[in-house]
Design a protein around this ligand. Sequence first.
Ligand code: APR
Ligand code: PHB
Length: 398
Amino acid sequence: MLNSLPISLRTQVGIVGAGPAGLVLSHLLSLQGIESVVVENRSRQYAEQRVRAGVLEQGTVDLLIEMGVGERMKAEGLVHHGIELRFGGRGHRIDFQDLTGGKGITIYAQHEVLKDLNNARVAAGGQVLFEVDNVSVHDFDSSRPKIRYQKDGNACELTCDFIAGCDGFHGICRPSIPTGVLTEYEREYPFGWLGILAEAPPSSEELIYTYHDRGFALLSMRTPRISRLYLQCKPDEDVDLWSDEKIWQELHTRLASEGWTLTEGQILQKGVTGMRSFVVEPMQYGRLFLAGDSAHIVPPTGAKGLNLAVADVQILARALKHFYSTGSCDLLDTYSAICLRRVWKVQRFSWWMTSMLHRFPDENPFDHRRQLAELDYVTSSRAAAKTLAENYVGLPLE
Ligand code: APR
Ligand code: PHB
């Protein structure tokens, strides 16, 4: 039973969603002396146990350290200076350190990043409200936008200066923008990934992306004892049809390389995810700003989802700091344009990696030979390898 009178609250920036985008934004704002309230419909425990991405770009790593939330990542994250592309049963290393002047990536699970950010928000007295219900956003075409929600049986109304829609692809912020304002760009892929988490020491120091007649496979990891592996599958694959034995057998086949063996272990978690590219333009309307998966989705082949979300909110935090320190909206007015320049470059890279490494059901022999030529080129030309490396470790933030 709801109490009748709504509770009225006030903050500078209202944030919908406590994923990477929402929490990084909230902490960045607090470091700049800007107040925010985050409203999240799931529990903290749920968010902190969801198995998601695991690759942090150099820029994301540097930001988390600058924000003071990088200690555990520095201690537990796995720093990598390259990846392997495997095709024709042979591996070819892309040397990030050599090709990008020393940049690398860090393997550190997204849910671990969320734990560190949540702990930092609590320590800073930040307001992150979990398990709220019926969130809605209003009046964002005015100077007093509002977030309405229910918490512990109370109807609440949070009046803000600005709202950040960090509520992911299935959130409510993007759909709240009036019809006719947004343009959507989308590509569905004719395959998905079957992913497993296994109690098995990774069989490679670095990630292995493999192109095989039977389909793509990826060897990744979470810790020295936990492997993360993926298999290309049908987009609507029924994971229950895949026994542990069948999964390992397929991984052995696709990842096979002379003199190399894949170590098996107990599968702790398995699941199928579909793949799409999606962008909405613009990423803002009035005083509502979309950031992260609420505005765009990339296929996971480029390991960009989390990193792109963090880049968006860095740009938004910079614009909000400029507004509160000068009263000028000029950076806020260019938020979408600046983000989209990066978003589309990251979309291109993610599409390119996906197109190069996966078997397409409608491909013909020409396509197959073209893919092999692409792989041969990127592993034999320094210029081509450099483009992969600079995109993979992360393009500089504008
Ligand atoms: N009300 C409140 N919170 C919501 C609502 C809602 N109506 N809808 C969604 N949320 C919350 C989700 O529960 C989630 O915690 O918003 C958060 C959105 O987080 P993400 O989906 O992780 O999106 P984002 O922060 O942009 O990070 C993108 O996360 O999902 C991965 O692959 C994705 O790596 C990428 C990264
Ligand atoms: C992961 O470790 O989950 C991962 C790594 C690289 C990718 C995608 C996922 O491209």
